[in-house]
Design a binder for this molecule. Structure first.
Ligand code: S3P
Length: 169
């Protein structure tokens, strides 16, 4: 495997946790796009949303994604929940490497997000809006885009060995 691996999925789908484990098993570097955005902007994700707004965040997010053009493959990149849904990021990732959609059930996502929601501005915005229905609408809209990925894993807890197995086939 000498291509990049991009992990995509809604908030709470386990992209970072699984990405770290996968990179360790494959002995390749691991990157987290949110961390790259924080390094590049000098602000935490939450502050970036609060101080500059979502459109600005999306443009920095896209620039940080495209900066991976210059990073030698292979590596594993955990993206943010919205990354594939703005600009032509999904097409870009599909062209550059292998895109894996982590797709646990919506209820699992909600449970996980609720535990860590404070630092997730998109979740908070939907929570303060029409609550769970609004979050579900966002999930359904985004899922249509995520489904373009060549590979999808849908168990509630996705184990790294499942990903390795899938990559071999
Ligand atoms: C976002 C998800 C977050 C982060 C930002 C926006 C989204 O990443 O990029 O808060 O739009 O769903 P995680 O999916 O890692 O929570």
């Amino acid at each position: 495997m000498n291509q990049p691996i991009f992990l995509i999925g809604f908030m709470g789908s386990g992209k970072t946790t699984l990405g770290k484990a996968l990179a360790q098993k494959l002995e390749v570097p691991f990157y987290d796009l949110d961390e790259e955005i924080e390094k590049q902007s000098g602000l935490r994700i939450k502050e970036l949303f609060e101080q500059k707004g979502e459109p600005y965040f999306r443009s920095v997010e896209n620039q940080c994604l495209k900066a991976f053009e210059n990073i030698p493959a292979p590596y594993v990149l955990a993206t943010g929940g919205g990354t594939p849904c703005f600009f032509e990021a999904m097409e870009w990732m599909m062209r550059k490497g292998k895109v894996i959609f982590l797709d646990p059930p919506f209820e699992t996502l909600v449970e996980r997000i609720q535990k860590t929601g404070v630092s997730r501005p998109v979740f908070l915005a939907h929570q303060n809006g029409e609550g769970k229905d609004s979050l579900h609408q966002l999930y359904l809209q985004r899922r249509k885009i995520y489904l373009q990925a060549a590979s999808r894993l849908d168990s509630s807890t996705i184990h790294v060995n499942e990903v390795i197995h899938m990559l071999k086939n």
